[in-house]
Structure formats: C-alpha cells, structure tokens
Design a protein around this ligand. Structure first.
Ligand SMILES: Nc1ncnc2c1ncn2[C@@H]1O[C@H](COP(=O)(O)OP(=O)(O)OP(=O)(O)O)[C@@H](O)[C@H]1O
Length: 247
C-alpha cells in the first residue's frame, strides 16, 4: 500500500445526539479519509456540518459508533495527542487574550519546540499566507473576522497536522485572499475536511464531497463522479426546503 492511499480517519456508523439525548444531530455516518483527500462538507443550515467537524476534533463524543485515527479508536488516544494531529480551525476564532504572535506560537510552545524554531516557523508561514508583521502585536479586538480567520488558518498549517478541519475558513475573506489560502493548502498536500458554502472556491480545491441532509451523509462523491453544477443546484433546493420548514 502506498502512503497516498493510507487511511487516516474512519467513521463507522457514528451517531451524535445532543447533550439531553433528545435530538439526533448525526445519524449512522460512515466514511474513510485517506491521506491527501480534500473533502468539502456541504448541506443546508442545521444539517450537521459543524457537528461533524467537532466530533472529529473530539469536542463532542459520538453517542454510538466508532471513530478511528490510523485504525486506533478515538477513545484510546489522549485528546491532546489527537488534537495535535487532527486540528480544527473554527469559524469564529478566539485568541483568548493573546496577541497574534502569541496565538501563532502557542500550539508549538505546548509541543516544547525551541523558541528559535517557533520564530522561524511563524516567519515562513506568515510570508506564505501574506500575513503582515504589523499584525503580530494586535489582539482579536483589533482584527476583523476575516483577519482572525487568516491567523487561525496560519496557526493550523504551522502545526503540520495529519488532518486539517476547516469550518467555513474563508467565509469572511475576500476572494483574492481566500484563493491564496486554497493555493497554499493545495501546495502543502495536506489532508483537509472543510465546511464551505462557497462551492465555486471548493470546486477549485476539493476532490471529494460529503453531502449532509438532516444529519445523514446522503452523498459521498469523489473525482470522476463529481458534478459540481448538479451539486450546487441540489444544495440550493435543499436550502430552500429547509427555509420553508422553518417559516
Ligand atoms: N450542543 C447542541 N445541543 C443541541 N443541539 C445542537 C447542539 N449543537 C448543534 N445542535 C443542533 O444540531 C443541528 C446541526 O447543527 P450544526 O451546527 O452542526 O449544523 P450546520 O450544518 O453546521 O449548520 P450551519 O450551516 O447553519 O452552520 C442543528 O439542528 C443544531 O441546532
């Protein structure tokens, strides 16, 4: 087996209920993620996209079913080790009172990397993503949502994870910066699962689509079978149906 076809993540009949056990948020989801897969998760609002990423980052626990990381059940892996390798970039990043530079350095200092290496890493990745030095001493209150997103994407990449989970990472970025982010992700050959409503952008980057509907994974399509136009139309219809249900 080549490294490219190695299975990194696996979900086997995974379900998730809310904390009160009243609602089934994700229903018997199964999939395998191989090295270098670039998956976009789509679906109408409330279909479970963010919940799936949170589950994969172990911010919530599966109610039934099993998740595996390199064939090891999630429950057997210390959370800190898992989160070092399966990194989540949330939609609304928080810096917990730290400056940009401290935020970028934090995960690497937890791994006890020498300061000189951390500094070099920050410089390299900030240059690649065009994150200006003038932001280094700013706090989250001094940055826009898009700027904060760029900082947390940079931090996620700096951790060189096995899998990067991105929750609408480019929703507040202008198209030029968003495209640059996508180009860098592509160049790094990183394995990615991203929630993204901007399907035109996802089309440039992703080679696999997970389609969620009311917590069910109703489609898992890759490469040759991908018809982006059809998916866009289906998604619009699904979103309209969901809106009608709400009103
Ligand atoms: N902690 C929770 N407790 C109860 N219900 C929850 C919780 N988290 C999510 N949900 C419910 O689970 C469903 C899926 O939510 P989720 O945020 O995963 O959807 P989504 O597809 O990411 O939506 P959007 O596109 O609007 O961000 C929603 O109906 C939501 O109300």
């Amino acid at each position: 087996m080549t490294v490219e076809s190695e299975i990194i993540l696996e979900a086997n009949q995974v379900s998730l209920r809310d904390s009160l056990g009243l609602t089934e948020i994700l229903k018997k989801i199964s999939f395998q993620i191989k090295s270098r897969d670039r998956v976009v998760i789509i679906g109408a609002s409330g279909s479970g996209k963010t919940s799936l990423l949170r589950l994969l980052n172990r911010l919530v626990e599966a109610t039934t079913g099993t998740l595996f990381f390199y064939r090891q059940p999630y429950t057997k892996i210390p959370v800190f080790n898992l989160r070092k390798q399966v990194v989540l970039v949330p939609q609304e990043p928080k810096f917990l009172g730290m400056t940009v530079k401290e935020t970028l350095a934090y995960p690497l200092s937890l791994q006890q990397l020498p300061q000189s290496e951390i500094k070099a890493c920050i410089t390299t990745y900030c240059e690649q993503l065009h994150l200006p030095e003038s932001w280094y001493d700013k706090t989250e209150l001094q940055l826009s949502l898009g700027q904060r997103q760029l900082v947390t994407i940079t931090r996620g990449l700096m951790m060189q994870p096995k899998v990067l989970l991105l929750d609408e990472p480019t929703s507040a970025l202008d198209i030029g910066i968003a495209t640059r982010v996508i180009d860098v992700l592509k160049a790094q050959g990183i394995t990615v699962l991203m929630v993204n409503h901007q399907l035109d952008l996802a089309e440039k980057f992703c080679d696999r689509v997970f389609y969620l509907q009311q917590g069910e994974l109703i489609k898992d399509v890759s490469n040759v079978n991908l018809n982006w136009q059809q998916l866009k139309e289906e998604l619009i219809t699904s979103e309209q149906e969901m809106e009608q249900e709400w009103t």
